[in-house]
Design a protein around this ligand. Sequence first.
Ligand SMILES: [Fe+2]
Ligand SMILES: [Fe+2]
Length: 144
Amino acid sequence: MADKITKDQLIALLNEDLAREYQAVITYRTYASAVPGRFRQELREFFTAEITDELGHAQILADKIVHMGGRPETVPAKVKYTEDPKEMLQNALADETETVERYVQRREQAEACGEYGLAVDFDDLIADETRHRDELRMMLKRWD
Ligand SMILES: [Fe+2]
Ligand SMILES: [Fe+2]
């Protein structure tokens, strides 16, 4: 069980999550546009499809931050730029893996704060990010 945190601490953590969702949106948009090479078409489609999910996550977080009386973050976390397709997938995999871990923890914290609806929202987010992570893992398998 997560240590009890205050409502303000939860809002601050949700704002970090929001900044990372915006980062994911920009990363996938940038990678979809910039990806070169013989798998461009396929990777472009994959990265583009992620954008909708990440924007949906940003919406859930921004709405909740406002509902809790906070001010939603407007600055995205730093985007890692690269023009190497494998590095794009590796960067995305590292981010998605970390996001799953963050959201499992956040789900517990939300519940500990009595935010049961938010805890349930995190079930959907965890399911989405886990699928992203697993697909990226499969794409990187036997890449070379
Ligand atoms: Fe996301
Ligand atoms: Fe994701």
